[in-house]
Design a binder for this molecule. Structure first.
Ligand code: HSE
Length: 310
């Protein structure tokens, strides 16, 4: 094999109450990684394209770092060069670091004859998340690798299940063009939570999963309520409260922060409602001094995919 090209999607995680456990990939947006075997036993990055403002150093880049861990685990003595095309802006809250790692791992696993399971790839990609954010969370890397809505039931041991999204579920994503580093937005989180808040959050997570599985849209909306993380992070996103109010008033099921922000997501029932919610959110953000992008997307049933092999 001379080369392999893999696409891995951007991902929305947390969905309100499901901090660090729930996530899904979106359609169309993602990173592409091209892997080419080389004769020297080393990993090198030879090209960074797109939103390429990310580290080129092998030990600081999530794609090469994850591959380093994989080669160590499998005792691979061969080397590869990487071309990374970033379709996702770093620090946007839609799994930019996760997508590069997921694409690189999927490509290398294919090259090596698929020695590792998806769960093992998730574990390796979590190492990259740990390197870049200080926390080995899987709610971006799991959906970026596996596709569909993924739920991390346990981190130790790692136990992840997948649920099918209900047919009319649409997502509006609004990305204010400011950068929020995951590391920063995790540092401001409370270290301890009150038992009554934990109980409320547990109820909401249970409702969110049941709602998604049953296609009970009202239950999904009610259960996105996040009493622990969102109150601490909302201040990192200028105009967040106005955005949320606009989305909910336009009929969104609910609205919350995508991953560690600054992207904001609103879940909606049906495309027509999603259009309405998107224009209400656009309008609410138009008078700010911050440029933004918004789009309507759906849960992508596919995670990282090999696009080309030659
Ligand atoms: N669950 C993570 C967080 C996602 O909210 O910090 C960020 O990558």
């Amino acid at each position: 094999m001379k080369g392999i090209e893999v696409f891995a999607p951007a991902t929305v995680s947390n969905l309100g109450s499901g901090f660090d456990i729930i996530g899904f990939p979106v359609e169309d947006i993602g990173d592409v990684v091209v892997i080419k075997p080389v004769s020297q036993a080393e990993i090198r990055i030879v090209h960074l394209g797109g939103y390429g403002d990310i580290p080129r150093e092998v030990e600081k880049n999530t794609a090469s770092f994850a591959l380093g861990k994989m080669f160590q685990k499998l005792e691979v003595k061969r080397g590869v060069e990487l071309e990374i095309y970033k379709g996702i802006r770093p620090g946007s809250g839609i799994g930019s670091s996760a997508a590069s790692a997921a694409a690189a791992l999927t490509g290398a696993n294919e090259w090596l004859g698929r020695p590792l399971s998806q769960l093992q790839l998730v574990e390796l990609a979590m190492e990259s998340e740990g390197m870049v954010s200080g926390s080995r969370h899987a709610d971006n890397v799991a959906p970026a690798l596996m596709g569909g809505i993924t739920v991390v039931r346990s981190y130790n041991p790692l136990d992840i299940f997948r649920i099918e999204p209900p047919g009319q579920l649409y997502t509006v994503l609004l990305h204010p063009h400011i950068e929020v580093k995951t590391q920063t937005s995790r540092k401001i989180l409370p270290r301890q939570v009150k038992l009554e808040d934990a109980v409320r959050q547990w109820g909401n997570v249970a409702g969110l999963i049941a709602g998604l599985q049953r296609g009970d849209y009202d239950l999904i909306g009610r259960s996105m309520e996040d009493v622990i993380v969102e109150p601490a992070r909302a201040r990192l996103i200028p105009g967040y409260d106005q955005l949320k109010t606009a989305a909910v008033e336009a009929g969104a099921l609910n609205c919350s922060i995508s991953g560690s922000g600054p992207s904001v997501l609103a879940l909606c029932k049906g495309r027509e409602n999603a259009e309405k919610v998107k224009s209400a959110m656009d309008q609410a953000y138009q008078n700010r001094q911050i440029s933004f992008q918004s789009l309507i997307t759906r849960v992508n049933p596919r995670g990282a995919v090999v696009q080309r092999k030659w």
